[in-house]
Design a binder for this molecule. Structure first.
Ligand SMILES: *Cc1c(COP(=O)(O)O)cnc(C)c1O
Length: 414
């Protein structure tokens, strides 16, 4: 095996170094003066068929930018799936609003449109549709609900690159905005980073300004801050015409992103290939229930997620099954994150109105905000989930994982 095939550097063995070198040779441009962010944004928008793409320093930042651009703020509610990484809840808090947790579907593990409807109140402003594990939510139903109630929809595609719904639409291009993360574990990575896309010029302009410290010259289509050095260096010149955060992506990271994007189809199809092999290995096993992909949908398989029913069916705990799989050479299987509202940080905010243990409470606005939570499906599903890795590179590595799973299954008996 050569390092290009399977070594740690494999993921970054395309044009990454060349583009990074271009940034350094330009004198290490910033996000506001260089061109790499613009190149990356343009290429991403073209690949996904959207009008505007705006780079950011993380997927959490993009979620915050999008919610703020929707006008979400204090007193508003945003519907978020209970089963998702905590950042989805945090982004709503960052926007000053209240996350309202909706239950998920027992088979697709995704936001259930019926439960979204059930959580709508006069304060609801937006829905965060998380395309968990790489599979798009039922966007047709979610958009219908949103239209009925005049809500904005944010698609969190941190785990979903090139996933499609049954109409062939790419996840992230259906709602009012779509957001991706380039954190290290995702399909493509810039170390840390993110991008947010929309076809709406007003929302694009706001997202960019919020993430770009509100510089006056920022436009929906450009993060360039300086128009002319002479104008900029005038003591009377006023730079900022709106509020914002600094969520800019460094040029070096954008250079890596541009090169990663060129190889995205390959990254996705490798993960899909590994998932197909796992599906094959599971076959008709009664106590392993892979994430259901509804007809016509395309799952981009950030991970291969499976509901484990072996505890009831075979009397073998989740932990022991994982151990068996690993003893046969399987990768460490990941568990699902705790439900967002069960994280101690969320409980502390609910119980004491505190963001930090050693800082005073900040008013009562969040006290009791979890009182109405009712997500029985997510509660029973979360502890049973097995998240198999899909980032194998070579045929040989894929074979090892399949063989391990097959042996673990036959140890317990199909
Ligand atoms: C990774 C992830 C995020 C956050 O992205 P960061 O870049 O780590 O901030 C948000 N939502 C989901 C579903 C994720 O998987």
């Amino acid at each position: 095996m050569t390092s290009r095939d399977s070594g740690k550097g494999w993921r970054f063995s395309g044009n990454e170094l060349q583009y990074v070198r271009e940034v350094l040779e330009s004198g290490f441009a910033s996000a506001t003066t260089g061109s790499m962010n613009q190149r990356f944004e343009k290429a991403f928008a073209e690949r996904f068929g959207v009008a505007y793409a705006i780079t950011s320093n993380s997927g959490t930042s993009t979620l915050h930018q999008a919610l703020a651009a929707f006008g979400v703020g204090h007193g508003d509610e945003v519907i978020v799936p209970a089963l998702s990484p905590v950042m989805c809840g945090y982004a709503v808090l960052h926007a000053g609003a209240t996350p309202v947790f909706a239950d998920v579907d027992a088979e697709t593990f995704l936001l259930d449109p019926a439960n979204v409807s059930a959580e709508i109140t006069p304060r609801t402003k937006a829905i965060m549709a998380v395309h968990l594990y790489g599979l798009p939510c039922n966007m047709e139903a979610i958009m219908r609900i949103a239209d009925e109630h005049n809500l904005c929809v944010l698609e969190d595609c941190a785990q979903c690159f090139l996933g499609k719904d049954d109409q062939g639409r790419l996840g992230g291009t259906i709602g009012h905005a779509g957001s991706w993360s380039f954190e290290n574990s995702k399909h493509m990575s810039t170390g840390d980073g993110g991008i947010v896309a929309t076809n709406d010029e007003v929302i694009a302009g706001r997202m960019r300004k919020f993430g770009g410290i509100g510089f006056k010259n920022i436009r929906a289509s450009s993060g360039q801050v300086r128009r002319s050095k002479d104008v900029f260096q005038d003591p009377k010149y006023l730079r900022h015409d709106s509020f914002g955060w600094n969520y800019r992506l460094p040029e070096v990271a954008a250079a890596v992103g541009l090169a990663q994007l060129e190889r995205l189809d390959d990254f996705v199809s490798r993960r899909q290939c590994m998932a197909a092999r796992y599906l094959d290995a599971i076959g008709d096993c009664e106590w392993l229930k892979p994430q259901k992909v509804p007809p016509g949908y395309v799952n981009s398989y950030y991970t291969f997620a499976v509901r484990y029913d072996g505890e009831q069916a075979r009397g073998v705990s989740w932990y022991d099954f994982r151990k068996t799989h690993m003893e046969h050479g399987g990768d460490g299987i990941y568990s699902a994150w705790s439900l967002i509202y069960n994280e101690p940080s969320m409980r502390m905010l609910n119980d004491e109105g505190k963001y930090f243990q050693d800082l005073p409470a900040r008013g009562d606005s969040y006290k009791g905000f979890l009182d109405r939570v009712d997500c029985p499906v997510a509660e029973t599903l979360q502890p049973t989930l097995l998240q198999f890795t899909t980032n194998q590179v070579t045929e040989e590595q894929m074979n090892v994982q399949c063989a391990a799973l097959q042996r673990a299954i036959s140890d317990l008996g199909k």
